[in-house]
Design a protein around this ligand. Sequence first.
Ligand code: COA
Length: 704
Amino acid sequence: MSLESFFNPASVAIVGASRHPGKVGHEILVNITGGGYAGKVYPINPSMDSIEGLKCYPDIASIGQVPELVLIIVPADSVADVMHQCANLGVKSVVIITAGFKEVGEAGGKLEQEIVRIAHGAGIRIVGPNCLGVIDTGHKLNASFAGDLPRAGAIGYVSQSGALLAAILDMANAGGIGFSTLVSIGNKADVDELDIMQYLAECKETKVIAGYLESISDGNQFVREAEIISHKKPILLMKSGGTGAGARAASSHTGSLAGSEAAYECVFERAGIVRCDSIKTQFDFAQAFATQPLPKGDKVVVITNAGGPGIMAADAIEGNGLTFAKLSDETIRQLAAVLPAAANVNNPVDVLGDALAERYQKALDIVAADDSVSAVLVLLTPQAMTEVVATAEVVVKQSQKKLGKPLFACFLGAEKVRPGVEILQQGQIPQYDSPESAVAAIKAMCDYHRWRHRPKRVVKLYPVNRRKVENIVERHLRLGMREIGEVESKEIIEAYGFVTPKGSIATTAEQAANIARQLGFPVVLKIWSPDIIHKSDVGGVRVGLKSAQEVMDAFDLMMFRVPRKMPEADILGVLVQEMCTEGKEVILGMHRDPHFGPMMMFGMGGIMVEVLKDVSFYLAPLTADEAKQMLVNTRTYKMLTGVRGQAGVDIDAIAEALQRLSQLVTEFPQIQEMDINPFMVGPEGTTPIAVDARISVEKVGQKK
Ligand code: COA
């Protein structure tokens, strides 16, 4: 059902409209009438004949027609009764402002379930409960107690925190920022963040979808749908709080490193969502997206009347990975012809401290026409002769030429620049209080543009031996075993195309020595027990054993020490394995997030993974580009490509391994966590070796 009647209702009934100023039911009534809403308003209050000059009704039925939107502002224990009235009359859209539901505990939770049950039975959509209401500036509807109706604009806002929405409105009003729609979703008993985002995606007044979220109702659906929405309009989100997933005890390295933060990073990246870390950043970005065309490249030019801020902007451009535009010879020639001899005609173009508006205009005209420029940033500091207002007008006029390139302004100062800032705001030019904030907004737009134009996602499928994996996984689940030991973990990854070191299990020291002779020295010994996950912690790993005698001694010592450290462990023998010494160690892994599914991990391997924490995550299934990007996103990446004369490793082989692993965990949802650590990777053309692997499984749908 469309949510249109929440934002453009022909009539609104306010159940719990109050005669007392200061009460929520009064404030919402006057916000609706005072905001200029043109539809019918019906206050409902059994003890009043009229409120604020409007005829008052004892209940909804007495109105004589069905209101398109009902606001419920009565105490929590009366809400179900009002919902029954709505159901009987055929009301379809209800906003429940009342608090005292799920958020207060079990009894409130039951009340909430009851109202949802009534709503579902009658086909009613609910916004709330425990919310601030809804606002639609296009229809002058302020059905909230968030504050005055904001000015109209292109930002649609959804907030899970009502109180924050009130603060956002206050800040936006002060900064002259306009909205199309604002929705406080409260406990989201029915309508949730995705419903609102989908509505805003189709709303023609909304150019940018912004929001504040604490949780996401359905992770998988959110990723899928948000990706579709991001192709239509940018989504700018502030996200706080965790999913709780990270708190789950994790037995793998990947699991311990993959918190809910990493999951949200992955989701935002996949779905093209622009993440904002503060209200200010969100407004900074929203202004840019709402008013300017997307930059087609990342080449930024700066025009300034002050050297210092020009350098600050240049630093920020480079620091953010953007390109400092190299102006064409023709542009430089034209600039030199119109600017004073002392001016800098290269980027940053310094029009000098005595520049009047006309000089800015000439410089702007010339650089904006240069094909090697994708975005223009105009800096101004208020010097004695600076024409703040006239320069702001020049910038606004330039943007009206619609050259398809975004324009950004940074008028630095306070009192002296204020009249210019107002002109910029009215003229739909994003204005920033520092060069760094302006550049951050440009960067956000460039990233979003790149995301929208990324190649279509194609996930490669490798030929694998699924049956083999099925057998191992099912047997473990049948026996109630969560952890798959090293030997069978390796059989699983071998079935998906990984190469593992050769080795066999020995139950006596002599047997161990014989296996070692066959493999060739040096070898590695590892304790073999389904109960021991972190073998090195209990003295269960010995590397670099160079002779039969060393192997036998190590075997005896291991079989003596480990059972004393872990008396309850069932020890089945010792794995004698060839030792891989060539190549660099990396770690590949997966952690299944309960909300968003399998998150792949790549990072520096061996014992360093937990110390350096230089890892990157991405949601499976992975495309080749995404797998490669996971490597690029780590600090280790440079080391992998070869530094200081050291040969690089086979990057494509790691990317392929990540894709194979991504296929494995996508095809086997029973796999909850896994590590391949270390994964030894050598120079291009060599075969990487999965030295150690561990996998944990769970019956699907029976997660603890
Ligand atoms: N039908 C119609 N009117 C009713 C009613 C009913 N079933 N029950 C009560 N009313 C009337 C009352 O007579 C009263 O009118 P009056 O002030 O003119 O006498 C009005 O509705 C309000 O009822 P009252 O019992 O005085 O409640 P209240 O105003 O103190 O509180 C809420 C009601 C909904 C505001 C309160 O329960 C609440 O939830 N507050 C928190 C809201 C909130 O913070 N939401 C989340 C924001 S993020």
